[in-house]
Ligand binder design. Structure first.
Ligand code: ADP
Ligand code: ZN
Ligand code: MG
Length: 454
């Protein structure tokens, strides 16, 4: 298998839904944060699709859609207009979804993604073309019980940004890195919490395999139902192996939709290539088109905060790439840059070492100042963090005396050590640190112990 896999290459393109975290829904005034509300309590005649009601655009959804599209390097359509996508489904009471088909918010962008290789050191970089970003309203949810299927309309009218990528992604690892970058990006923009587990970030992955050198792409399989980065990566790995094996056996891959099954760790066919549905798109007659001017776009463009820019700045400050990534994963990059910006002369690696204990810029700076001023060792700084008191620093002579005392008090242990049981030095070390009230630096104690015992 592993040999033959070298003859093939995978191609992946993603279709992503980002749930926008606006206060109210997209076309009515219902609360947009109703994850925990009882079914069908967060609804109104507009989002339930009563005849005769009229939608009103929530301007924030357009702002945020444009900001996100700009952050993905898209060209923005100067006219924002909605279209009706007509289909019947029990969770869609209107019989159509308000979406954007003819004029998406933005088109033809790209996102440069870098990620840490499996050695946890090397930086890899690749670029993914963004086909389009458009806005649309979400539908409700079907809840299946043992004897019935129930409809919950709370989610109807929730704003979504749909992002479609070009088939530029080459591996499950890249797909994951792309999704993580996108998650970080929308969180920094403040447009979505982007939690996959909560369904605020959803992804359908299209994947195909072809023999290396074949000019056309293979038939794609779309995989759905992956609610974590881990599952997406697993599903793609599984699919690539499955398709490669089929090609090896000379079988033909048919276009189909498959779902990820967490129980069997495999993808399962859901439906094979449906004759493409005709959604009879037409411009939404109940909503006016909105014109966006260049000045507005310029303003948005200038105010963008991008994860890649933050990472670059952190590296320029002198932090190693693996540490930069670690800070980003913990949502601490902004704090890190804030601290280094406000207080010159701090050691970036030191700041990164302590940042986990702080959420507040001022407090972290204060702490770093005390550590610097008193030249505190790591142990002493920890102590200070716990107690708020600056521990006495041990000078070498005092520490030597203390080690000597501990050796005198523990003749049997010393004897064991001298007989070759070097592990017991850990016990002695512990005794010294205890005696010092935690103020002694372990590395120094070890040095002195070795000196005195050998
Ligand atoms: P459809 O017409 O089925 O919606 P699209 O061409 O619009 O297909 O593409 C949908 C998604 O599938 C995009 O993200 C695109 O990058 C990806 N895609 C298209 N063709 C392939 C392929 N052969 N292999 C992998 N991904 C593909
Ligand atoms: Zn409503
Ligand atoms: Mg399509």
């Amino acid at each position: 298998m592993n040999k033959t896999i070298d003859k093939y290459e995978a191609t992946i393109g993603l279709e992503i839904h980002v749930q926008l975290g606006t206060k109210s829904k997209m076309f009515c005034r219902c609360d947009n944060n109703s994850d925990t509300a009882k079914p069908n309590t967060n609804v109104c005649p507009v989002c339930m699709g009563y005849p005769g009601t009229l939608p009103v655009i929530n301007g924030q959804t357009i702002d945020w859609g444009i900001k996100t599209a700009l952050a993905l390097g898209c060209s923005i359509n100067p006219m924002q207009r909605f279209d009706r996508k007509n289909y019947f489904y029990p969770d869609l009471p209107k019989g159509y979804q308000i979406s954007q088909f003819f004029y998406p918010v933005g088109e033809k962008g790209n996102l440069v993604v870098d990620y840490l290789g499996t050695d946890r050191k090397t930086k890899h970089e690749f670029t993914v073309g963004i086909t389009r970003l458009h806005l649309e309203e979400d539908a409700g949810k079907l809840v299946h019980t043992s004897d019935a299927t129930l409809v919950d309309l709370n989610r109807c009218g929730t704003p979504l940004a749909e992002i479609v990528t070009e088939p530029d992604i080459k591996s499950p690892e890249e797909a994951r890195a792309f999704m993580q970058e996108l998650q970080c990006l929308v969180r920094l923009l403040g447009v979505s919490s982007a939690d996959m587990e909560k369904g605020h970030l959803r992804v359908d992955a299209n994947v195909s395999v072809r023999p290396i050198g074949q000019p056309t792409l293979g038939a794609k399989v779309e995989v759905k139902n992956m609610n974590s980065f881990k599952f997406m990566e697993q599903a793609l790995k599984f699919e690539i192996v499955r398709q490669t094996e089929m090609l090896e056996r000379g079988e033909k891959i048919e276009q189909e939709t498959r779902g990820w099954d967490e129980k069997t760790n495999s993808t399962v066919s859901q439906r094979s290539k449906e004759g493409s549905v005709d959604y009879r798109y037409f411009p939404e007659p109940d909503l006016p088109p909105i014109t966006i001017n260049d000045e507005q776009i310029e303003k948005w463009n200038r105010s963008l905060i991008l994860p890649s820019v933050l990472r670059e700045r952190a590296e320029q400050k002198g932090l190693a790439y693996d540490r930069v990534v670690e800070l980003q994963d913990k949502d601490k990059l902004v704090l890190f840059l804030g601290v280094l910006h406000s207080r010159g002369g701090l050691n970036p690696t030191q700041v990164a070492n302590w940042i986990e204990k702080f959420n507040d810029e001022e407090k972290l700076i204060e702490f770093m100042d005390v550590v610097g001023k008193h030249n505190l060792s790591t142990t002493a700084a920890k102590k200070y963090l716990e107690t708020g008191k600056i521990p006495e620093t041990m000078d070498d002579a005092v520490l030597r005396e203390m080690v000597g005392q501990v050796l005198d008090e523990n003749p049997e242990v010393v004897a064991k050590f001298k007989a070759g049981d070097v592990k017991v030095s850990a016990y002695l070390m512990g005794q010294v640190i205890k005696k010092s009230g935690g103020g002694a630096e372990p590395a120094l104690v070890q040095q002195i112990l070795i000196d005195l015992l050998t």
